[in-house]
Design a protein around this ligand. Structure first.
Ligand code: UDP
Length: 450
């Protein structure tokens, strides 16, 4: 009998899933577990070389994602369908090959993120138990679980997932009110909705639904199912290394030159794409601020044939108070004393990282669960404010300046942000509820292994 479980960890291949699953793998490794971590061949090519040296406990393996090199991997429905149709048989063989290496190497548990629930079916066929690590909020998971009820109650259409009429609903007790037009699947199209219905069914194959959250952040959602296990915040357990994309760390020295709580940090995660007019308005809005800003402009964020060109910025933009970088060491930035607030797309990982930094948020959601996450920030935890579009559907430069000033001058929000940080970070400390949950999960895997 081996006392060391071997986890096969498989994220859906976007950064917002790869990051938390790799952090989670690190935690498992510190508990003596062995990890095989699957990434797609496409993502492996983008990884930093240091990722090869993650220690003896974590081994990387790759499989193709089934797309051509030039295919657009920000097209989520396309990626989801490609993985679903090309990967299961390859995954089956890969796991068989790993298991054939010897008794001590046998995989004891598969952990997957959302959109690839079918991987647990592969595990099931091979007699391997599984768990989910849900990389979004527990409330988002609850919203997917609520789909049959929402259909029964005539709130959404069963074929498209779109609301039959626009209204405010509350998905769960203690969760914020939400506009049915902002249900997480509404911005992603019919195919995505139908896939999510199917994917949510395979949730049942996961013995545990691990979530990067805490009881204080989402008490209502966590009461939904005994399988839900909050293990967040995961970021507190990492070693501050970056694993995937190359970060521009020069901004940390730049931040060192600025007084406490003076810099506005602007970043929209790894996927959100901004309309060129909106991009220009944002640039002008940042220029209007009477304070320094650190702005992440991913090389493909300007919608300009995936090339960064100076034409993307308006002619009037001078940016003299700011620093623009292609990819940031975000967690370090959000813990830097010079940061005053975080202009964010409200991706769940960014939110957890911002909460752990005690930073107030200026919310600019783009799609999916980001609207729901914004409601938590603004209406439940009250640690941020939202940006409003004008009659042309743009967030104007004036609105950006007004809301930044409103936010950084709000002492109540600052105090609540620091309080929320304390509450949240304590969950992962030794003896805290999340670390106990993690131990429970590892012991379950060990028992199973025995
Ligand atoms: N991130 C980063 N550098 C950046 C922007 C983002 O390291 O310049 C990381 C961020 O720390 C987070 C992840 O990318 O862990 C983004 O995940 P999130 O769920 O916030 O958004 P998504 O990219 O999935 O929309």
């Amino acid at each position: 009998m081996s006392s060391c479980p071997h986890f096969f960890v498989m994220p859906y291949p976007i950064l917002g899933h790869m990051n938390p699953l790799l952090q989670f793998s690190h935690v498992l490794a510190t508990h003596g577990c062995k990890i095989t971590f699957l990434i797609t061949e496409f993502n492996q090519k983008r990884m930093k070389s240091e990722t090869d040296h993650l220690g003896e406990h974590i081994k990387f393996v790759t499989l193709p994602d089934g797309l051509d090199p030039e295919d657009d991997r920000s097209d989520q429905p396309k990626v989801i369908l490609s993985l679903r149709s090309t990967m299961p048989s390859k995954l089956h063989k890969l796991i068989q090959d790993i298991n054939a290496l010897g008794c001590d190497n046998k995989i004891t548990c598969i952990v997957v993120s959302k959109n690839i629930g079918w991987a647990l079916e592969v595990g099931h066929e091979l007699g391997i138990k599984g768990a989910f690590l849900w990389p979004a909020s527990a409330t988002t998971l609850a919203s997917f679980e609520s789909i049959p009820r929402l259909i029964d109650e005539g709130i959404i259409d069963c074929q498209t997932g779109l609301p039959t009429r626009r209204q405010e609903i509350q998905l769960l007790p203690n969760s914020p009110m939400m506009d049915t037009a902002n249900l997480p699947w509404c911005s992603l199209g019919k195919n995505f909705f139908l896939h999510m219905v199917e994917d949510t069914q395979s949730l049942k194959l996961g013995e545990w639904w691990l979530c990067n959250t805490t009881c204080d952040l989402e008490p209502g959602a966590l009461a939904m199912s005994p399988r839900l296990l909050p293990i967040g915040p995961l970021m507190q357990t990492d070693t501050n290394k970056s694993w995937f994309w190359k970060e521009d760390s020069t901004c940390l020295y730049w931040l060192d030159q600025h007084p406490p709580q003076s810099v506005v940090y602007v970043s929209f995660g790894s996927l959100a794409l901004m309309d060129p007019n909106q991009f220009k308005e944002l640039a002008l809005g940042l220029d209007l601020l009477n304070r320094p800003f650190l702005w992440v402009v991913r090389p493909n964020i300007d919608n300009n044939n995936n090339k960064e060109t100076s034409d993307s910025y308006p002619h009037e933009f001078h940016g003299s108070k700011g620093k623009i970088i292609g990819w940031a060491p975000q967690k370090k930035i959000l813990n830097h004393p010079s940061i005053a607030c975080f202009v964010t797309h409200c991706g769940w990982n960014s939110i957890i990282e911002g909460v752990c930094g005690g930073i107030p948020f200026l919310c600019w959601p783009f799609f999916s669960d980001q609207f729901l996450n914004k409601s938590y920030i603004c209406d439940v935890w009250k640690v941020g404010v939202g940006l409003e579009k004008d009659e042309n559907g743009l967030i104007s430069k004036g609105e950006i300046r007004k809301k930044v000033e409103q936010l950084v001058g709000n002492e109540d929000i600052k105090a609540r942000s620091l309080k929320l940080k304390e509450l949240t970070v304590d969950n992962s400390a030794e003896g805290g509820p999340s670390s106990k949950n993690l131990e429970k999960f590892i012991n379950w895997a060990k028992d199973y292994n025995g």
